[in-house]
Structures are given as C-alpha cells and as structure tokens.
Design a protein around this ligand. Structure first.
Ligand code: TXA
Ligand code: MG
Length: 299
C-alpha cells in the first residue's frame, strides 16, 4: 500500500513492520533498528545476505552519540556540517546495537537523511530505523515509490510516497574508525567537499566503492552496458553497431545522478539490449555516477 500518512507509517514501524521511506538519495526499506525480528524481515524482503550490514537512520546529528561507542573528531565535524544530508558515517557501535543490524561487525553506519516526510517520521519515532535501499538484492536502487512497489510488492507493509528522490544516488560512506578516515562508497556528497572539511586528511577519495555488499556487478540492469568517455564516441559506437541506446547527461552531473537509476530501469522495461553510457568527469557527484556505471557495466 502506498500513501503519505506518517501516522500509518509510525503504527506499522512500532509494531515491527516494514515501511519504505523516501530520502534525498534513494528510497530505504525501514524497520525498527532495535527490533531484531523487524530487522530480519528486511533481509528477507530484499533477498539480501545476512552479513551485509544496514545503515541506521536517525532524526538529528545529536543522536550519533546514542549509536556510537565513541565519536571520533572527524565524525563530529562531518555530522555537524553535512547532516541532514547524503552522508553515512561508520563509527564503533554502542553496546546496544543489535548484531543483526551490523552483520556481526563492531562498527555501525549512521545517517541523518534530508527529506521532510522522513525527518518528521524519524522525529516522532524517536529511535533509529535500519534501512538499506528498498530494492531486491542486486538491482538498482529505487528513486520513486513505484520502483519500490515494482521490486518488493507485498514484502513491504507501506510505501511512504515522498515523490522522486532529488539526488538519485546513495549516500557517500566515510569510515571514521580509521586514521585518516576513508571513503568506502562514493555518493551524494563529493569527496572534494569531505576532504576539505577534514583539512585534506581523507583516504580512498578516488577509488571504487569498497563497502561490503558493493559487489563488482551490484548495480546491474539486464541490458548490456558499454562505457565511453565522450558523446562523439557514443554516437560512433551506436552508428557502427546495430544500435544501442545512449545515456549521457555528462554536462549536468545533478541531472545525471537524479535520473540514472530510473533510466536504467526504463531501458530494461523497453527491452533495450545495449546501453552506451558516457562517463561523466571524476568530480563531485561524478565519482558516484562513474562508480555505479562501472558496476552496471560489469556482467
Ligand atoms: O543513501 C543511502 O545510503 C541509502 C538510503 C536508504 O539511506 N541506503 C543504502 O543502504 O544505500 P544499502 O544497505 O543499500 O547500502 C549501504 C552500504 C552497504 O554496502 C553496506 O554493506 C555498507 O553500506 N555498510 C553499512 N554498515 C556498514 C558497516 N558497519 N561496515 C561496513 N559497511 C557498512
Ligand atoms: Mg543498496
């Protein structure tokens, strides 16, 4: 069932049910992070292996200390500056954090999402919501309520419809348990911005994602994806081969990120055999788009 009732979403979450929630990045499949049975249902609904940890979403940056055993200075700076926003911080977990949430690890990922409906939901809920992206395991993340319904159907009790996600790619994950901190997954905030906030002490800023579960072919559509560096190369390839659908917003990184997953889904729906994608420059959101396109191109 899809709707915009926060009341209904709260009731379901308090009873251990699952609600798909809108965020500024992608939709999440949320359950009460303190309810082991609810968290287990998340893994079942997604078809996700149990050792892939979940991000805990909270209403405010002040709640970071409730979920972390200690807050390193870098985490404090990033939380203060970037939250609410598309950033997940990895910190040592507090004793009460359930192993089912962290996949048995001693760290936990925390994020304060920026979406008015979800902010109100989290504020009224009070606790943390464990939420991976609301797609079936191995599929691209959902950026609309309709994508969630298409992927999860009756696996989710309610879809809180907050419209299309404005950023369109997942949060940047920064591991704050290492010195210097390191980027595990490029995402909605560019590594340049994070590095500047940390006075240049940041590892892994240009690399591919290394968070567990970010398999090489994680974001695969059914269509074959070919990567090129310029629009001219894409046109030549499309002309020389038997067609191919060109994906290119490399002149507008925000638009590229916002529409990326919806475009990959619609190419599959239309039975497109080959997607020819133009790689955007490796700056800002471009890091995340390049990472996801690279994974989509890996069979
Ligand atoms: O934008 C986002 O981050 C979205 C929205 C819903 O918040 N969530 C999201 O969750 O992308 P998910 O589960 O699809 O991806 C989270 C990634 C996974 O690769 C997971 O393995 C990694 O974060 N992760 C979470 N907690 C971790 C931990 N304690 N240690 C290492 N990796 C962790
Ligand atoms: Mg995911």
């Amino acid at each position: 069932m899809t709707g915009s009732s926060i009341e209904r979403a709260l009731e379901i979450l308090r009873n251990g049910g699952l609600v798909a929630i809108p965020t500024e990045t992608v939709y999440g499949l949320a359950g009460d992070a303190s309810n082991e049975a609810a968290v287990r249902r998340i893994f079942e609904a997604k078809g996700r292996p149990a050792d892939h940890p979940l991000i805990v979403h909270v209403a405010t940056a002040q709640q970071l200390g409730d979920w972390a055993s200690s807050v390193p200075p870098a985490a404090a700076v990033l939380a203060e500056t970037c939250w609410p926003g598309p950033l997940t911080l990895l910190v040592s977990k507090a004793a009460h954090v359930l192993p089912v949430v962290t996949g048995g690890r001693d760290t936990v990922g925390i994020r304060v999402p920026a979406h008015p409906l979800t902010t109100e939901l989290l504020t009224r809920f009070g606790g943390g919501l464990a939420a991976p992206s609301a797609n079936r395991f191995g599929k691209v993340s959902p950026t609309t309520a309709a994508h969630v319904v298409a992927d999860l159907g009756s696996g989710v009790d309610y879809v809180l419809d907050g419209g299309a996600c404005p950023i369109g790619v997942e949060s940047t994950i920064v591991d704050c348990t290492t010195n210097p901190p390191q980027i595990l997954r490029p995402g909605g905030i560019g590594s340049e911005e994070i590095s500047a906030l940390l006075d240049g002490t940041l590892a892994g800023a240009d690399g591919p994602s290394r968070a567990p579960g970010m398999l090489a072919s994680h974001y695969a559509p059914t269509a074959r994806v070919m990567l090129v560096d310029t629009a001219a190369e894409a046109a030549a390839l499309a002309a020389n081969s038997s067609g191919g659908w060109i994906l290119d917003h490399s002149d507008d990184l925000s638009e590229y990120a916002r529409s990326l997953y919806a475009d990959l889904r619609s190419a599959d729906e239309r039975g497109v055999a080959v997607i020819i994608a133009v790689m955007p420059p490796a700056i800002g959101l471009g890091h995340a788009i390049r990472d996801r396109l690279g994974k989509a191109a890996t069979p």
